[in-house]
Write a protein that binds this ligand. Structure first.
Ligand code: NAG
Ligand code: NAG
Ligand code: NAG
Length: 188
């Protein structure tokens, strides 16, 4: 009986394995890559995103922020390209007039899918460090804008509903005068 069960187990396992191995793996061929990217080169994609990936930022300040120097943010990104983009990770330094006020490093889980010519929200990103301290940062709230002094983002281009795509690490994006909305959350 034991033998028969294990035989059954192995046959089932074998079937499963055959099913998995039998699934055609989309081997990225050069032709397939350019087709996925709608004829765009990696350089085209980097340039297009360099013009302004981030539409606006919403920053939430809590009473704790005054002691922890941490705030949370979320931001809207827009995709100017006729291919889907998926964001896996971002790290950014933001400030005013070349002075850094905030810095964060975030891995998106799940990744953020930005539809073709569409927009998406980052979801909440905690642990954004106010590098000048919370009190000094109050001065920049009335400006209602931030400059992204240096943003690195891991993008996958030509994804399908967030899957696959061609990984493009983009370093050193800069963007000026990104609108920022500040919320004070006194329940936090
Ligand atoms: C940010 O931009 C998106 C896309 O344009 C828009 O839908 C959203 O209302 C904006 N949010 C704020 C707070 O301005
Ligand atoms: C930024 O620099 C400009 C030009 O130097 C100056 O007019 C402005 O007051 C500065 N803004 C801040 C918030 O320091
Ligand atoms: C972001 O976090 C990753 C992983 O923890 C680390 O390797 C990287 O140096 C960090 N980048 C910045 C700008 O802090």
């Amino acid at each position: 009986m034991l033998v028969r069960l294990s035989t059954l187990f192995f046959s089932l396992f074998g079937l499963l394995l055959a099913g998995v191995l039998g699934t055609p793996t989309p081997e990225p061929k050069p032709e397939a890559q350019s087709a996925d990217l709608a004829g765009l080169s990696i350089g085209d994609i980097i340039n297009a995103l360099g013009i302004g990936l981030v539409k606006n930022i919403t920053a939430t300040i809590t009473l704790d922020s005054l002691t922890t120097n941490l705030i949370s943010i979320n931001f809207d990104v827009s995709n100017p390209l006729p291919i889907e983009l998926t964001l896996d990770r971002v790290s950014s330094s933001a400030g005013i007039n070349g002075t850094e006020f905030a810095r964060f490093n975030h891995t998106f889980n799940p990744p953020v899918v930005v539809p073709i010519l569409g927009q998406a929200n980052s979801g909440q990103i905690d642990n954004v460090l106010l590098t000048q301290g919370a009190l000094a940062s109050l001065d920049i709230i009335p400006l209602g804008v931030l400059d992204l002094l240096n943003t690195d983002v891991d993008v996958r281009a030509g994804t399908i509903f967030g899957f696959g795509g061609i990984p493009i690490p983009i370093d050193g994006l800069k963007q000026s005068n990104v609108p920022v909305t500040y919320n004070l959350d006194i329940t936090g």
